[in-house]
Write a protein that binds this ligand. Structure first.
Ligand SMILES: *Cc1c(COP(=O)(O)O)cnc(C)c1O
Length: 394
């Protein structure tokens, strides 16, 4: 009788198993169940050029390698490169393009992305901003501008607009353009753009992937080996690498990504429904609500709706201010995706770098409030919002 010898690879496991075990293997030298933090800048060589694969931490570090293995597995990608921040990951993408390239970019991208493109890379490349929720408009723009890269963020920040990633990837591929998707809001748990046809996935790990508001970091995933080599060459040459300690923190945070995303989405759905019924609310934007303009696409390409909600409060800037000052549990702060609930005012805070005229065109009005719904007890969150609504009643 022949014994079955098929070994299960850790990469064949389901999401939450991979989050714990890929890159989370016990330390082979000591048996320590948690991976060591290789807090070192350099590595001893036995003879010049003879080493164990590690020479200098800007290029490689064993703790960072573990994190890259884990994230690649979670996004079902062949390659992952972890960077010092989400924006430095974006910078590396920009440097892979030939100078003078054309980039077609969504018109409601993260404020920092908009600033990077329009104030830093606008002298190197050409950017066209369009509403990527409109596939026909994207098709026409691809024909007209012949971009090298289409940049999508879906859902967007803060309007939570959703673009049909698969349809746009098909159009781009036909026109020989590549597609990069900023997947920060969904995390690989709820959305996998590479499987929808994207060439590059980008994350600000600062948000859901780390999830504990204590690290700033970025990640790039791709199945394209040539591009991956280019990312490495650029990162090694420019230097935005993540420290061993930060890599270790993210490796720790990512273990609970599945649990956290489920809890964020569950709480957010209840908060969105509560807001939708509230008399002091003008309107609510949440991809999980059937009233969301792209709810159908959200349902098709995402396996959950995430923890971000945008709503318009009645009473303009005065009511917004009062509301933001009155919450106690929701912390008034920029950023998102941590376990604790945050609240912010995009027009004054995260999106101040977007000119007022463009903000208004995008719908980022002074009565717009953005919530990053955390994993606290839902009754406490609702009570906090209730209290703030009562206080902000004029
Ligand atoms: C925060 C964020 C970024 C930038 O990432 P940093 O880690 O802050 O550099 C990019 N895209 C989105 C959608 C973000 O929320």
């Amino acid at each position: 009788m022949t014994k079955k010898t098929t070994k299960t690879k850790k990469n064949d496991h389901a999401f939450s198993t991979k989050a714990l075990h890929v890159g989370g293997e016990p330390d082979p030298t000591t048996g320590a169940i948690m991976p060591p933090i290789y807090q070192t800048s350099t590595y001893v060589q036995s003879s010049p050029g003879i080493h164990k694969g590690y020479e200098y931490t800007r290029s490689h570090n064993p703790t960072r390698t573990r994190l890259e293995q884990c994230l690649a597995a979670l996004e079902n990608a062949k390659h992952c490169h972890v960077t010092a921040s989400g924006l430095s990951a974006e910078m590396l993408i920009m440097h892979t393009l030939k100078p003078g390239s054309t980039i077609l970019c969504g018109d409601d991208v993260y404020g920092g992305t908009y600033r990077l493109f329009t104030t830093v890379f606008s002298s190197l490349h050409k950017f066209h901003f369009i509403d990527t929720t409109n596939v026909k408009a994207v098709e026409a723009a691809i024909k007209k501008h012949k971009p090298a890269l289409v940049w999508l963020e879906s859902p967007t920040n803060p309007m939570l607009k959703i673009s049909d990633i698969e349809a746009i990837c098909k159009l781009a591929t036909k026109a020989k353009a590549i597609v990069a998707v900023d997947n920060t809001f969904m995390s690989p748990y709820f959305q996998k753009p590479l499987e929808l046809g994207a060439t590059i996935v980008l994350h600000s790990m600062t948000k859901y992937i780390n999830g504990h508001s204590d690290v700033v970091g970025g990640a790039l995933m791709t199945n394209d080996e040539k591009l991956s080599k280019e990312f490495f060459r650029l990162q090694n040459s420019i230097g935005p690498c993540m420290s061993p300690f930060d890599s270790w923190l993210v490796l720790r945070g990512v273990k609970t990504l599945a649990l956290r995303m489920e809890a964020h989405a569950k709480n957010a759905m209840i908060v969105a429904q509560y807001l939708e019924k509230h008399p002091q609310v003008e309107s609510v934007v949440y991809p999980g609500l059937t009233t969301h303009p792209q709810h159908k696409i959200a349902k098709k390409q995402m396996s959950g709706y995430g923890g971000m909600i945008t709503f318009f409060i009645k009473g303009g800037l005065k009511a917004s201010r009062k509301f933001l000052e009155s919450v106690e549990l929701f912390a008034l702060a920029e950023s998102l995706g941590g376990v604790e609930s945050l609240i912010e005012h995009p027009a004054i805070m995260t999106h101040a770098s977007v000119p007022k005229k463009i903000r208004e065109e995008l719908g980022i009005h002074d009565n717009l409030i953005r919530l990053s719904v955390g994993i606290e007890d839902i009754d406490d969150l609702l009570a906090d919002l209730d209290r703030a609504f009562k206080k902000s009643k004029s």
